[in-house]
Ligand binder design. Structure first.
Ligand SMILES: *[C@@H]1O[C@H](CO)[C@@H](O)[C@H](O)[C@H]1NC(C)=O
Ligand SMILES: *[C@@H]1O[C@H](CO)[C@@H](O)[C@H](O)[C@H]1NC(C)=O
Ligand SMILES: *[C@@H]1O[C@H](CO)[C@@H](O)[C@H](O)[C@H]1NC(C)=O
Length: 156
């Protein structure tokens, strides 16, 4: 499901599964709220991200169960995102980035992840950047996170 250039989107109570690529992608969606979603894909299916947030501000994601590649990934030009009460796994955890590919500018700020549990994931929370890029990632918090059978808890 792809949402672009929308304000005040609310998506709740949907089960998405086995998509061949990202399950939910947003581009320039301000004030979006995602809750009570279940998103699942096979453990070994690459690039089946649960929720991608790009070029958006003021986004809330809460009470979701996600087992995909990246559970949630926060991409460039995104700010003020609160992520809470997420159950994530299997997969690669919650990511910011990748940013700065091919020497580009990456800017992400005010992303708060809390009250979330990761089970059997490769990573917990991570920030991914490419060499040679510029910009910044700031105002990030990861709080009250439970990690169970996670290979790398925090990866920056
Ligand atoms: C995220 O949480 C912070 C701190 O509680 C709050 O100031 C901010 O408005 C929240 N943002 C959204 C999009 O809910
Ligand atoms: C979200 O889940 C938490 C933990 O299960 C629960 O305490 C809270 O009431 C839920 N919030 C909503 C809005 O459903
Ligand atoms: C990332 O977003 C910033 C603005 O926040 C913009 O200047 C930059 O060009 C964007 N980078 C890419 C690769 O689109």
């Amino acid at each position: 499901m792809s949402f672009a250039f929308c304000n005040g989107l609310v998506l709740s109570g949907v089960h998405l599964f086995d998509n061949p690529k990202n399950h939910i992608h947003t581009l320039s969606c301000n004030g979006a709220v995602f809750s009570h979603l279940t998103i699942t894909a096979p453990k070994d299916a690459p690039n089946t991200d649960g929720i991608n947030i790009a070029e958006s501000t003021g986004v809330q994601i809460y009470n979701c169960t996600i087992g995909t590649d990246d559970c949630i990934s926060v991409l460039n030009h995104t700010s003020n995102v609160n992520i809470s009460y997420i159950t994530c796994g299997p997969g690669h955890g919650i990511s910011i980035g990748s940013l700065g590919k091919d020497g580009s500018v990456g800017i992400v700020e005010q992303i708060h992840v809390s009250h979330s549990k990761f089970t059997g994931t490769m990573n917990g929370v991570r920030i991914k950047t490419w060499q040679g890029g510029s910009g910044y990632v700031r105002g990030i918090s990861f709080r009250d996170i439970i990690l169970d059978q996670v290979q790398t808890a925090i990866d920056i």
